[in-house]
Unconditional design. Structure first.
Lengths: 106, 897
């Protein structure tokens, strides 16, 4: 099977979506990334990544109930798919394998 | 719960986001940004929050956020289901209003048929002389002569006569100017005034045909296909002749068989066939059945048919036209006699333009058939436009019925664009049907069209390369015709329609009236044009020419008739034969005396000898120009039935009449400025004599030209010209039979070829006759289509006012009242159209009439007739609908709510 290419930022977004277990949406993903990885990011970047991940079939989305704090607007909630999970595992396996080959001096 | 004083993100940024963001993403993005804004507001303050919001809005301007989601449900324009549905609706609509649909399609089809025919005609005209491979490097020489402050232009070039040979000053052009790679002279043998079909003989087979003389470069300059023989050397030898496939087939069966064979020409020269060429196509303006060597002409072994010599050069690939023109003029000036009182200049015109632009104005080619092309292109566009307008008016008239459909569609959720697409689709479908109908009509009418225009146009539908034009025609018609109904109907407000109130704004009504008015402007213009053209044509045909052109037959003087003995024998034997009243000769065809001598100055051969020019008693230098001298037999004036204003006719009982008498016409007297002209001397061609009579002016030329000063003297015999035979009325058959018998015995080597003078006279106006017939047809069609449009408008108006009429009738209005009500406003429309059309048409027609020296007046009744005609036709159309509305039962119209 042809491997799906996943960018570094996309990988982080995918991991965060998995972490947030079905409650992930634009704003909390952005905040989570800033908190956990100590890097600055913007909503539009996150949205673009989410869009691509959904196109690649690694996450799925549904609309939530309308919420008051958003002026009655709905959120789009993202959940990781089995394919997304498998991709994450594959990436991790490759990394661990490469780490194991590394000489101890590094 | 919401705090109304809570700070909000910048409104313009939010608007921007709402504008560009795809609808399916907008909700979540807007929500996320709002949430983030609130978060920032809490932790970083208002300023930072706002800045951050703006940055994010701009950050979202990316393809993923802008791109609209495409799916079959949100875009009905391309859905198969909807297309099928639209088609069904369209067909049902067509079927429900059969007469309406028929009027609609028929109108469009008529317009298209006209358009296709005009396109065919224009294409055929434009293809004239356009088949030569190096067409863009072929140029005709024309000369501009300035004399006595007058500038004249013609295609011919100066010719000199010396030692029994003719020369042109440009003979050495190829050697002197390297850019000229081919030089070709061309003169016909059949042009007026002296030309005629020439005669050929092989063994005992006789053949009469029209041909030309031309240079050896002919086949390398032009692309006429040579079937047999070498095109390069074909016309090099003075005794050579190139013949057409037709002529080869007549004499020798096959083209190959003809090469090297000998043909006897005019019973005096033996020529050898060196080439056989394909019959000259209709696309060539040079017409010839055979070609003779140019040197044969220039060595004075052949007669000149006229002073016209067409000179064509082929330039080298990179040659500059202006430079070549300058060089040619330099060459010309070095070779001609500069003491002449006139100046000659040579200009170049692209060869392919000579058919369309053959008139000269101010010494330069300008105008000609190209004007008809321009006019008819306009007519084609206008007819198509009025057909489209028609369609618009009819479809909007029906809109009351379609409006409910539009309302329901809109309520159910149809977007405006899909409605527009639906109506455009419908109009395209109708225009496709109209195109099919038009194709059928064109195919049926092609033969009559060819007869009418004298062309050989083949069906354009067999050639695939024509289809894009037809499809473009269909698309343009469909889109133009469909534009107004599509935009109008789709703009209706559903609430209003479904409530049953159909209100049209005043401007919409005016727009439609304007369209119908425009149709009538065009129709009335065409009507006036038609009336003027027909009047002028019938004026030309019915005005007395000053002589009796009926019952006149003429035969060219050739062969044995070119001998005094032969001619005398023919004349003597013919006189007294059954059916023949009188026989005599004359030098030129009496209705086209194209041979004109300028007294003062002329570039022609004939006046090189100063003593040969026209002269008269008391003549001042440079006094007048354009005399027509002619020698005739002694009975000519009686035979032609010409009227004398003063003096007496030639008489055979007075012996001096053949040597010393001249008869001139009134115009000549005027130009010579003579008082008391009888008895004064005049001279022409070294012959001096006294004026014995003055002829009333009669038409020596076509009505395009004014009457020329004429000088007639008696020469009982010349070796050229024609025998005129006056037959007794109603005895043409007997006359022809006896003529043939006599002719065969006198001139056995030449076929008997006769012409009726009145028929030949009519042929001079062939062009005008074709144009008149075409404009008749187009005017008829334009009126027809406009009336269909008017009918649509009246129907619409009647439908709108059904209730009003119902109430009026209940309250006691008569049928006439209601008809008057409906007719009044439309007749006003016709009146306004007339006021616009009359000056336009009047101006156009006065321009057209300029080309005639003898013309009708543009009198008021022509305009009145056109206006009354249009009003009358409009009234009939209106009544057709008005009667229906007026006699309708008011109970029915008032019952429906």
């Amino acid at each position: 099977m042809k491997r799906v290419y996943l960018g570094e930022f996309e990988e982080i977004v995918l991991l965060i979506v998995a972490t947030l277990e079905g409650t992930a949406y634009g704003v909390n993903i952005t905040h989570e990334i800033m908190e956990q990885t100590d890097r600055t990011t913007r909503l539009n970047q996150v949205h673009a990544s989410l869009q691509r991940l959904e196109e690649k079939g690694m996450i799925v989305s549904r609309m939530s109930e309308p919420t008051a704090e958003r002026g009655g607007r709905r959120k789009r909630l993202f959940t990781i798919t089995a394919f997304g999970k498998q991709t994450l595992r594959d990436i991790k396996a490759v990394r661990s394998h490469l780490w194991s080959l590394l000489p101890s001096s590094v | 719960m919401m705090n109304t004083n809570k700070p909000v993100p910048p409104r313009w940024a939010k608007r921007l986001l709402q504008w560009y963001c795809a609808p399916h993403l907008l909700e979540e993005v807007e929500g996320d940004l709002q949430e983030e804004f609130d978060y920032q507001l809490q932790y970083a303050g208002l300023r930072q929050a706002r800045l951050d919001y703006i940055r994010s809005v701009f950050g979202f301007i990316k393809p993923f956020a802008i791109k609209r989601k495409s799916s079959s449900t949100s875009n009905p324009l391309f859905s198969m289901n909807m297309i099928k549905h639209f088609l069904t609706v369209a067909i049902r609509n067509l079927g429900r209003h059969k007469s309406f649909s028929f009027i609609n399609i028929a109108g469009l089809a008529l317009g298209m048929t006209c358009c296709i025919f005009i396109l065919l005609w224009i294409r055929d005209e434009k293809s004239m002389d356009n088949f030569h491979a190096n067409g863009d490097r072929l140029f005709n020489l024309y000369q501009t002569i300035r004399a006595n402050g007058e500038v004249t232009g013609s295609y011919t070039i100066p010719i000199q006569y010396n030692n029994n040979k003719y020369y042109t000053p440009l003979d050495s052009m190829k050697e002197v100017i390297p850019d000229v790679i081919a030089l070709n002279f061309y003169a016909t043998g059949y042009e007026k005034p002296w030309g005629r079909p020439e005669n050929f003989q092989v063994d005992d087979k006789l053949y009469k045909s029209e041909g030309s003389r031309t240079s050896a470069d002919f086949f390398s300059t032009f692309n006429y296909k040579v079937l047999a023989g070498d095109p390069k050397t074909a016309l090099k030898d003075i005794g050579s002749i190139a013949i057409s496939r037709k002529m080869a087939a007549f004499f020798f069966n096959t083209p190959q068989n003809a090469i090297g064979k000998s043909i006897r020409y005019e019973n005096k020269l033996d020529l050898v066939v060196t080439a056989v060429f394909e019959n000259v196509s209709a696309q060539s303006s040079l017409k010839f059945d055979f070609l003779l060597n140019w040197d044969l002409q220039m060595s004075a072994k052949l007669e000149w048919s006229s002073s016209n010599v067409l000179t064509t050069i082929k330039l080298a690939e990179k040659a500059n036209v202006e430079e070549v023109t300058i060089k040619i003029n330099r060459l010309l000036q070095s070779r001609i006699d500069k003491t002449k009182p006139f100046k000659t200049e040579i200009g170049l015109q692209p060869f392919r333009d000579q058919y369309l632009i053959a008139h000269f104005e101010n010494g330069k080619p300008s105008g000609g058939r190209i004007e008809y092309i321009r006019i008819f292109s306009g007519v084609a566009v206008f007819i198509l436009v009025i057909a489209c307008i028609n369609f618009m008016n009819l479809s909007t008239a029906r809109s009351v019925k379609r409006a409910k459909e539009v309302g329901v569609r809109k309520v159910v959720g149809s977007s405006r664009s899909s409605l527009i697409a639906q109506f455009f689709g419908e109009s395209l479908m109708l225009s496709l049907l109209a195109l099919l109908l038009a194709i059928g009509m064109v195919t049926l009418l092609l033969t009559p069209f060819n007869t009418l225009t004298g062309k050989q146009v083949v069906s354009p539908f067999l050639n695939l390369s024509n289809w894009p034009v037809l499809i473009a025609l269909m698309l343009i018609t469909g889109l133009v015709a469909g534009s107004y109904p599509a935009l109008f109907l789709s703009s209706l407000k559903p609430a209003g329609i479904l409530k049953g109130v159909m209100r049209f704004t005043q401007s919409a009504l005016w727009f439609r009236k304007g369209l119908a008015g425009f149709q009538f402007v065009i129709s009335i213009t065409l009507l006036i044009v038609t009336i003027v053209m027909s009047q002028q044509t019938s004026y030309v045909q019915n005005t007395s020419l000053g002589y009796d052109r009926e019952n006149l037959i003429y035969v060219p003087i050739e062969g044995e008739l070119s001998n005094p003995k032969g001619y005398a024998s023919l004349k003597q034997q013919l006189t007294g034969q059954p059916g023949i009243a009188m026989v005599d000769r004359c030098g030129e065809t009496p209705f086209a005396m194209n041979f004109v001598v300028d007294v003062a100055a002329d570039g022609n051969v004939e006046t090189q000898d100063a003593s040969a020019a026209i002269n008269w008693e008391g003549k001042e230098k440079d006094a007048a120009s354009g005399f027509t001298p002619m020698s005739v037999g002694i009975d000519f004036i009686k035979l032609m039935d010409l009227k004398l204003a003063e003096g007496r006719d030639f008489s055979s009982s007075i012996p001096t009449d053949t040597s010393d008498a001249f008869i001139v016409n009134e115009e000549a007297v005027k130009q010579m400025g003579m008082k008391d002209p009888i008895g004064r001397w005049v001279s022409a061609w070294k012959k001096k004599g006294h004026i014995i009579g003055i002829l009333k002016n009669y038409h020596t030329h076509s009505f395009h030209e004014s009457i020329k000063p004429l000088m007639i003297d008696v020469k009982e015999f010349e070796y050229w010209g024609m025998v005129l035979v006056r037959t007794e009325p109603g005895k043409t058959k007997e006359a022809l039979a006896s003529m043939e018998k006599v002719y065969k015995s006198v001139n056995p080597k030449f076929p008997f070829a006769y012409k009726f003078l009145d028929q030949e006279y009519e042929k001079m106006y062939q062009n005008e006759q074709v144009i008149t017939k075409l404009s008749n047809i187009f005017a008829l069609i334009a009126i027809l289509i406009s009336c269909l449009g008017l009918l649509g408008l009246v129907m619409f108006s009647a439908e709108q006012r059904t209730k009003e009429f119902g109430i009026r009738k209940v309250l006691g209005a008569s049928v006439a009242n209601i008809m008057g009500l409906l007719s009044k406003e439309f007749l006003a429309l016709v009146l306004v159209s007339f006021c616009v059309a009359a000056p336009v048409a009047g101006y156009m027609m006065s321009q057209w009439l300029q080309s005639f020296a003898f013309k009708i007046d543009l009198s008021w009744w022509i305009f009145a007739l056109a206006g009354a005609g249009a009003a009358f036709i409009a009234l009939i159309t209106i009544c057709f609908q008005a009667i229906q509305s007026a006699i309708a039962n008011p109970v029915k119209s008032l019952k429906v709510e």
